[in-house]
Write a protein of this length. Structure first.
Length: 207
């Protein structure tokens, strides 16, 4: 029996031979208790041994496959855990960037509101100055005959009002230009905020 088993193929790491099933044990008892010739018994025993070798090889392959699948599962689990941690860190980073972008947008909006308020005040001052100028011109027209001796004063007063009007007009133009620039910059920040929010939602959905 030992000589016959040594003739079977060997692996690098040979596993212990399995005992087989009850069917194999019954077959072995039948062969040993039979009245067949020794040569016939040897032939039947060789066939039974080959069958046991096949069964042993199959079970060894099943064990190897189970070990391999277990190793692959552990590696895949570790890989998934690593990717999950990276995704969570990236998601957290996106969240911080999103908060910063939102804060910048709110800050820009506050600046725009402040500029708009200043522009309204400048417009009010300009309208008030124009009203005063019209009132002064009306007074000058009504009292022109009596105020000929005060012509220089009137011209000086008109020049001051015109200078104030020009100054206020320039301030309004500057304020409008600043507001336009701030609005354009706010649009850029809103686009950046929308892009970061989309990336945030995409990262969250991938997780």
């Amino acid at each position: 029996m030992s000589n016959l088993s040594s003739a079977s193929p060997k692996k690098q790491t040979q596993r212990p031979r399995t005992l087989g099933t009850s069917k194999h044990a019954t077959a072995l008892d039948s062969i040993l208790s039979s009245t067949a010739t020794p040569a016939s018994k040897i032939s039947k025993l060789q066939d039974l041994l080959k069958e046991l070798d096949v069964e042993n090889t199959r079970k060894s392959l099943e064990i190897d496959m189970h070990c391999h699948l277990k190793k692959v599962a552990v590696e895949e689990r570790d890989s998934i855990a690593t990717r999950l941690n990276e995704a969570q860190a990236e998601l957290k980073s996106f969240g911080h960037r999103l908060e910063e972008a939102m804060a910048s947008v709110l800050s820009m909006q506050a600046m725009i509101n402040s500029q708009a308020h200043e522009r309204e005040q400048l417009c009010a001052r300009l309208n008030n100055g124009e009203a005063q100028l019209r009132a002064t011109e009306q007074q000058l027209g009504d009292t022109e005959a009596r105020m000929l001796n005060m012509a220089s004063f009137t011209e000086s007063r008109a020049a001051e009002f015109q200078q104030e009007k020009d100054y206020l007009t320039n301030e309004v133009i500057k304020s409008a230009q600043n507001e336009k620039e701030l609005l354009a910059e706010n649009v850029q920040w809103q686009h950046e905020y929308a892009r970061l929010q989309q990336e945030h939602q995409s990262s969250a959905s991938e997780i």
